[in-house]
Write a protein that binds this ligand. Structure first.
Ligand code: ATP
Length: 909
């Protein structure tokens, strides 16, 4: 045998220039792949099929990035000025602030990135591989040269493959070659000097199969693949800042400018009016700046987003893009497909209809126990002939398999499409087994199912030289192609009206209906759409039952209470779709088909998209039209999808949702988030989480702005009034950066409020800073500053030392902040309820941490001498508590009085 190194060199040279048979030989493989032992040996030789991960950005560079913002520049400037004025304590404190801030940002950014990275690794590509003649679903990392993999539309190519069998295969290689149109692929070798983009017999790792199917021989894996050579990561993590993060950054920048101007004016007034010396004035101006700049905000926002992403992941929603988390909160329309998302995709064939009879199929699930009974008493042999023929077509035009209960599964389980598996079960109930029928009628060619064509067809030649095309698909489509029907005496003319009535009858019971048909007069080695789309003989209609998923009805009601509309957009029959929509409790009395939408003008289409809630027999193009129409009417739209053709609609929607289980890699790549359980209810949970993320950001803002204002006002007012500063600049810096940030961070861990899904969605146009937020900032900021001022003056009036009065004032400020944190836990509701204690652990721990820090700050001798503090007695604490408490009550009163204002805009911001 060739040694691994020789093998690698030969293959690396130009696998596309080798004839496929020769290449299979060279790789010591077969058309049906390797044995499991050989594959294991090669895995040890060649290593796993993974791309080397991107070199992590060095820690020092990430650290440096944290210092590159306006706020740090202002702080650094302040530190230099303090040094110049020989205010070493202030300079030291500001330096500590810069270090703390940089470190908090550094660790939080790492945390958010790690959360996304972990999530990306959960969506690793699975692929279908032949080993020991068996078709296995494996993680792409386990592929080795010589493996044979199956490719289908929507798959991401798992390694560099030489195509050895191809059916209408097209690959979208834009990620590798930049070529935007999918290229056709075939098995024919090309010249050794063919450029990458024209090697039509190769499918390269990381590219997407946009159409058709193929068998590919793995030639190169991991770092040796083309993508491995040019890039280090296929799945890039998107950590671009969110809209809200951008808005906050903008806001912080503007605020900083305003603050600098305010500080300069203060210096001017202080020096001009009260003849303060420049040193004192600079010190005060720096304190105002440090107090008023909301340093903690960016870190808190990043943490809120990261916590939200992690919470969603634990509930089966994997976010692929951080910005989408906050968009989720404003979703007001969810467009969802039906099968497998609203329904369980657990198919059971219940009825089969022939040209003259109706049969009931008994039994449950995929267990092949159960009988088939005709609705009449006639049990003639013709029934046998009909059921035989129907079961043969159902088995031949079928790629699924079912497995009996085993150690992993207590029930019968399915590999492949559940619709097809239900047909296997039907055939087994008629005592026909797939393997036996497929041996008699080997498959020569196939047209795989696609939601555009809505049928699947296979071509078979038996050993007596007979040919058969087996077809199954959506009845309205198949009936169009039939001119005969299978009757007791053989073929007879088609009675379209009869079939239409039968189809409507099954569909009105919410059943998914499939038609089975065949053709036996074609003499061809290959199959194309023209062979299928004429002269078929209609055999049967099969009614399949697909029950609603548990919990979906409740989630739908929850969405309605949350002001979110639901649109079912399905490929299924309109009558079935409407029946299921009603069963699920959707607001649906009208259904429109894709064909009807195609007839409409853009304006009419937009009206239909608004008015109607069930769309059936839609194509992926209809999905795209509907998303565009709804978005043009200012809706924020979430759209689910699974097929390769759904990718444009998923990209276009505000939130593209891909199915983790039945979805294709192409859909997952295009989506903003992936449902690992394909369940509609998971979208509802994610929307609730998105709303709670937004709430928590608003809570952080509504906490940070008023407290910052209070801190700066205390100093500003003292200077403007020409009075002693109640709190020194160094003390303000301590409060602002140590205690306020610790408290604000706890808001990131707040759980969703009870009414989160009882309010209407937030408008996506809503600005970040609203009148309500400004009012609250002014109300609490001025209130807190007044209390501190009053307390300070009171202590001085009582003859206390300035140090003593300041120790009281600074502790009162921290106490007010700690109590106000409790106010901020609920945006609109009163905190005086039992729910105050529900989920209160993070804020209580934050308050405890601040209490400990504050005791250390107030009593530790080193800190006392740095910050000029005096010892407080018990009664001082009592006075501080009494002075600080009224504000918490006033804010609760304000919530009641202004309730209307706050709930008119969904969040008070
Ligand atoms: P949804 O879009 O909600 O997932 P769906 O699964 O019914 O609904 P499609 O997958 O586009 O939508 O299927 C459309 C129609 O094609 C189905 O109603 C059915 O009649 C037919 N069909 C579905 N699966 C197959 C299959 N494997 N082979 C042949 N026909 C099929």
């Amino acid at each position: 045998m060739t040694t691994p190194t020789e093998l690698a060199t030969t293959i690396a040279d130009a696998p596309y220039a080798c004839d496929s048979e020769a290449l299979i030989e060279l790789l010591a493989s077969t058309k049906v792949g390797l044995s499991k032992t050989e594959a294991a040996a090669r895995l040890a030789q060649f290593g796993p099929n993974t791309l080397p991960t991107a070199k992590p950005v060095p820690a020092w560079r990430r650290l440096l990035k944290q210092t590159q913002n306006m706020m740090i520049y202002v702080l650094a400037g302040s530190m230099l000025i303090s040094l110049g004025l020989q205010h070493f304590i202030d300079a030291g404190v500001i330096f500590a602030v810069i270090v703390t801030n940089t470190l908090v940002g550094f660790f939080q950014e790492g945390k958010a990135e790690n959360a996304l990275r972990a999530i990306m690794s959960m969506t690793k590509t699975q692929c279908l591989v032949m080993r020991d003649g068996e078709l296995l679903s494996l993680n792409g990392a386990q592929l080795v040269p010589g493996d044979v993999v199956m490719l289908q539309a929507g798959d991401k190519v798992p390694a560099d493959l030489r195509i050895i069998k191809s059916k209408d295969l097209y690959c979208d290689e834009s990620s590798l070659t930049g070529e935007s149109l999918p290229g056709a692929k075939s098995v024919v070798a090309v010249a050794a000097d063919t450029p990458l983009a024209e090697r039509s017999c190769m499918a390269y790792m990381g590219t997407l199969v946009s159409r058709g199917s193929a068998h590919g021989l793995v030639c190169l894996t991991g770092a040796k693949t083309e993508i491995g050579k040019v890039s280090t990561m296929v799945d890039k993590i998107t950590t671009e800042p969110t809209l809200l993060q951008n808005q906050i950054e903008q806001f912080a920048k503007r605020l900083t400018i305003v603050i600098i101007i305010a500080a300069v004016i203060t210096i001017a007034i202080g020096m001009g009016l009260y003849q303060y010396d420049i040193g004192t004035m600079f010190q005060a101006a720096i304190a105002i700046a440090v107090a008023a700049i909301p340093e903690g905000l960016p870190a808190v926002v990043t943490i809120v987003l990261a916590v939200g992403v992690q919470r969603m992941a634990s509930k089966n929603a994997l976010m692929r893009r951080l910005p989408s988390v906050e968009v989720l909160g404003s979703v007001d329309i969810i467009c969802t497909d039906k099968t497998g998302t609203l329904t369980a995709n657990a198919m059971t064939a219940r009825r089969i209809v022939s040209a003259h009879h109706n049969f009931h199929i008994h039994g449950e699930g995929y267990d092949p126990e159960g009988e088939i009974h005709s609705n009449d008493t006639d049990t003639s042999a013709q029934h046998g002939a009909f059921l035989n023929q129907a079961a043969i077509v159902a088995l031949l035009c079928n790629d699924s398999s079912i497995q009996p209960p085993n150690l992993d599964n207590t029930d019968w389980s399915v590999s492949g499409d559940p619709t097809e598996a239900a047909l296997l079960v039907f055939a087994l109930k008629h005592d026909l087994v797939k393997e036996q029928i497929q041996r008699e009628w080997p498959r020569v060619d196939e047209i795989p199912f696609s939601s555009d064509a809505r049928y699947m067809a296979t071509l078979h030649h038996n050993h007596d030289g007979q040919r058969l095309i087996a077809v199954k698909g959506a009845p309205d489509r198949i009936i169009e192609f039939c001119d005969q029907q299978f009757g007791p005496q053989g073929s007879e003319p088609l009675d379209s009206e009869y079939w239409q009535a039968q189809m409507d009858d099954l569909a009105s019971q919410g059943m998914r209906v499939l038609a089975l048909a065949y053709r036996d007069d074609i003499d061809s080695q290959s199959l194309n759409h023209q062979h299928v789309e004429q002269h078929l003989t209609l055999l049967a209609l099969i009614g399949l039952n697909d029950p609603p998923r548990a919990g979906v009805s409740e989630s739908i009601q929850q969405c309605y209470s949350a002001g979110i509309q639901i649109k079912m957009i399905t490929g299924d029959n309109p009558i079935t779709a409407l029946a299921i929509a009603k069963e699920l409790g959707m607001n649906a009395d009208e259904v429109m088909t894709g064909a009807e939408l195609d007839q409409q003008s853009p304006e009419q289409l937009a009206d239909s998209a608004e008015r109607c809630h069930v769309f059936a027999r839609t194509s992926p193009a209809n999905k795209l039209q509907l998303v565009n129409a709804l978005r043009a009417r200012n809706h924020t739209v979430a759209m689910t999808g699974d097929g390769v053709n759904d990718a444009p609609a998923l990209r276009q929607a505000d939130i593209g949702v891909a199915m983790g289980k039945k979805g294709t890699d192409a859909a997952r790549d295009a989506a903003d988030f992936v449902l690992t359980d394909d369940n509609f209810s998971t979208i509802t949970h994610a929307v609730a989480e998105g709303r709670s993320v937004y709430d928590n950001i608003v809570k952080a803002i509504i906490f940070i702005l008023p407290t910052s204002l209070a801190e700066s006002l205390v100093i500003l007012a003292a200077i403007l009034l020409g009075q002693l500063l109640p709190i020194t600049p160094a003390q303000v810096i301590w409060v602002n950066t140590i205690t306020a940030i610790t408290l604000a961070l706890t808001l990131a861990f707040e759980r969703a409020e009870n009414d989160i899904m009882l309010r209407p969605p937030r408008s996506s146009q809503q600005p970040l800073i609203t009148l309500a937020l400004l009012w609250r900032t002014a109300f609490v900021g001025v209130g807190a500053a007044a209390i501190i001022f009053a307390l300070f003056r009171y202590y001085l009036a009582q003859g206390a030392s300035v140090e003593m009065a300041r120790t009281v004032a600074v502790n009162a400020l921290v106490m007010i902040e700690a109590l106000y944190l409790l106010n901020c836990r609920f945006l609109r509701r009163s905190i005086f309820s039992l729910s105050l204690f529900k989920g209160a652990m993070p804020s209580l721990l934050g308050i405890l941490a601040v209490a400990i820090l504050q005791l250390g700050f107030s009593y530790w001798s080193v800190s006392q001498s740095i910050f000029d503090l005096a010892d407080l007695a018990l009664h001082d604490w009592l006075i501080i508590t009494l002075a600080a408490s009224p504000l918490i009550l006033l804010v609760e009163l304000e919530k009641v009085v202004l309730q209307h204002w706050y709930s008119a805009s969904p969040s008070p911001q």
